[in-house]
Design a protein around this ligand. Sequence first.
Ligand SMILES: C[S@@+](CC[C@H](N)C(=O)[O-])C[C@H]1O[C@@H](n2cnc3c(N)ncnc32)[C@H](O)[C@@H]1O
Length: 339
Amino acid sequence: MAIDELEYILEMWPLSDNTEDHLSSHHLLLQDRVRNETFRRAIRQVVRPGDLVLDIGAGTGILSAFALQAGARHVYLVESTDIISCAGKILKCSGWGRRATLLRAEAEKIRYVGRKVDVILIELIGSFGIDENILDVLVPVRDRALREGGSIIPRRLRLMAAPISHSGLERAMRVYHERRHGADLSPLAPLAHNNIYLFSFRTARFLAQPQKLIELDLVTCRQNRLDKRLDFEIERHGRLLGIVGWFEADLCEGISLSNHPHTNRTHWDQVMFPVGEPIPVCPGDAVSFRFRYSAAGAGDVWAWSGVVTTSDCRRVYRHSSQRRFPLRRVRTSTQLRIG
Ligand SMILES: C[S@@+](CC[C@H](N)C(=O)[O-])C[C@H]1O[C@@H](n2cnc3c(N)ncnc32)[C@H](O)[C@@H]1O
């Protein structure tokens, strides 16, 4: 195996408080050949010679480099962390220093004056598409800085979902129902169920056909609140653990990127919304899944709920990031009386 085919995770000692400044997260992105080549092809297809391009969340500037290669007249990089200084050096060393302007800022909080850009690049794509806050950041910037008829890469984002079983994760979660080392760990179970799991679901079994939960056209969408329900019909026997979620991103017409759990070749994992205790299901059983999301600007809420109906039971599940700590409060004090 060639060295660059190996997956290295570089754990770095934090030298500053801002974890995004660490090279390790950008290392992962720069090493993701599928992501990078797909963006590069899309940028080559969309960016025209002479275009002005705005790169939101520019990181190391790799997407701007692709835009410059495609003939962009000038690229404007906005990045909220110190990694922007590396982007500046990379573009300068590559001979594009004069065609790039860099700003360290939160892109949605600045004024855009002068001309509008032809293309916006934004790779704030989380494992479930929206979980890196793309809606809160993109919508205000797009409205202020993109010219009429301009392009955004990615153009569309679809959030996909499917009910799954996963014996390995189920086994791992059983720790919350057991006595371990003489201690009863079951008080952790409500927290464990009221959690979104970020994990590689490569070996998960789909219990029903995947469905599209939401499709967002990033050129026109306005909403930073999502609320959608899906109804699944179970197609095979298994133990329902939860609903797995992933994204499909149309970067432009004909060029897409996805972290579908079974075909994923990117660095992104998937997310899983547990139904609670795993439930044995059979073909013909029904699972509903209601998903609600408010972006950080609207209060940052993740909520999922639904009903599982089998021949033996009807179980309702309801979870939300607003119920992060469903356990009884522990008294706080500045004094501890001993004895
Ligand atoms: C997933 S990385 C992508 C970096 C680069 N565009 C690439 O494709 O390799 C997202 C970057 O966006 C930055 N970021 C997050 N929120 C931002 C915001 N509101 N304004 C500007 N940058 C932001 C992060 O610091 C991070 O460097």
